[in-house]
Design a protein around this ligand. Structure first.
Ligand code: NAP
Length: 346
């Protein structure tokens, strides 16, 4: 294993194509969710500085959802893009999820994938982002009351109209992938994939590959659990996703942090950080997989981008998978109520 001492690279690594029809992107994308929601308070100026640093390092893909902070995240990205140098602004590709229905109190009440709703969500997102198009547009979770063909068909119309460039999917299973791909070209499936969440390997990833659909992998650090920076005594703010996530509770957390200790030994033995080993492992799983890292600060971003310089040998990969064997995580990746919305888990 070699490392660039954890600093972001300024040599341009080869881009990764998002499927056979999607854009070629920098090998690591920036997921902006934590800058507005789910992981406690974030610092606005630092969030914008992190987006600027990512663009400066060559990152192209900025991932968001219109429901992250109920519009806050898109406004933040819009502001960051407006204040970035023109070249950085032009290189940025926006990946937006829509469909979640929210309450004033911040609750989630379901998903709306009706064609009229798609067009409504899209109009608001374009306004908040301050762009005339969205590069990849996808429903966050399948609306059980609307056939995926109708939702994807509505996005395909937005592609025809020039408001969207590519169609993506999120957390869907193999059948839905096939049905959607029969309607219009799909660039990528966004889905959780990490050392501790390998559920896609059996059926979903082979199907995506068969159909020429790329993968944007989220949760590559399992929401920080396997970042090396999470500890048993970390206090979580009210509403922090991890306060409700089965993997962060009681004995599950103890068992999962034991896995991180084992991973740390392997990482340290090779001079890289735990987070870098975990991200590099995802990068090693195929040129069609682009990890989205959820850095909210420049130091975390710098660490995450350093993973691109980590070359894992077959022996390194074996040692990492021995430290964190497939299926060894304790607890589901979501609470039961949220698992029920995952087409990918049916
Ligand atoms: N399609 C979907 O259903 C879906 C679901 C969730 C997320 N996403 C997208 O995927 C993106 C990434 O997801 P995620 O944020 O849950 O994943 P993640 O990268 O697994 O976790 C991010 C967490 O890891 C911690 N961390 C520690 N060291 C880090 C490092 N070096 N780099 C980055 N983070 C580090 C960060 O918190 P601290 O720095 O505070 O420790 C942050 O809380 C999101 O921003 C969102 O755009 C999509």
């Amino acid at each position: 294993m070699t490392t660039n001492e954890n600093s972001p690279t300024h040599t341009t690594p080869p881009r990764r194509a998002l499927g056979t029809t999607g854009p070629a992107v920098f090998p690591v994308g920036l997921g902006c969710m934590g800058m507005s929601a789910l992981y406690g308070e974030a610092d606005r100026a630092e969030s914008i500085a992190t987006i600027h640093a990512a663009l400066d390092a060559g990152v192209t893909l900025l991932d968001t959802g219109d429901f992250y902070g109920m519009g806050h995240n898109e406004l933040l990205i819009g502001e960051a893009l407006r204040s970035a140098p023109a070249a950085a602004r032009e290189q940025a590709l926006t990946s937006v999820k829509f469909g979640a229905l929210r309450t004033v109190e911040g609750g989630f009440t379901g998903y709306d994938g009706r064609p009229a709703a798609v067009k409504n969500f899209l109009a608001y997102s374009l306004q908040r982002l301050g762009r005339d198009h969205i590069d990849i547009y996808r429903i966050a979770r399948v609306d059980p009351d609307v056939p995926i063909e109708e939702t994807v068909g509505a996005i395909a119309e937005a592609v025809q109209a020039g408001h969207v460039r590519h169609i993506g999917l999120s957390e869907v299973g193999a059948d839905t992938l096939r049905r959607a791909a029969a309607v219009a070209p799909i660039s990528d499936l966004q889905i959780e994939y990490s050392l501790v969440s390998r559920g896609i390997e059996e059926e979903i990833l082979p199907t995506a590959r068969e159909l020429g659909i790329g993968v944007t992998a989220y949760g590559v650090l399992s929401r920080g659990l396997i970042s090396g920076h999470f500890s048993r005594d970390r206090a979580l703010a009210p509403g922090d996703f991890r306060g409700m996530s089965p993997r962060f509770q009681g004995e599950n957390l103890d068992r999962n942090l034991d896995l991180v200790d084992a991973l740390r030994k392997v990482a340290e033995g090779r001079g890289v950080s735990v987070a870098q080993a975990a991200i590099a492992w995802v990068l090693s799983r195929g040129e069609d997989i682009v990890p989205l890292v959820g850095a909210r600060r420049r130091d975390r971003l710098s660490e995450a981008l350093g993973a691109m310089e980590v070359r894992l040998s077959a022996a390194d990969l074996a040692a990492i998978e021995e430290a964190v064997p497939a299926g060894s995580a304790a607890g589901d990746r979501y609470a039961a109520e949220q698992m029920a919305h995952l087409d990918s888990e049916r």
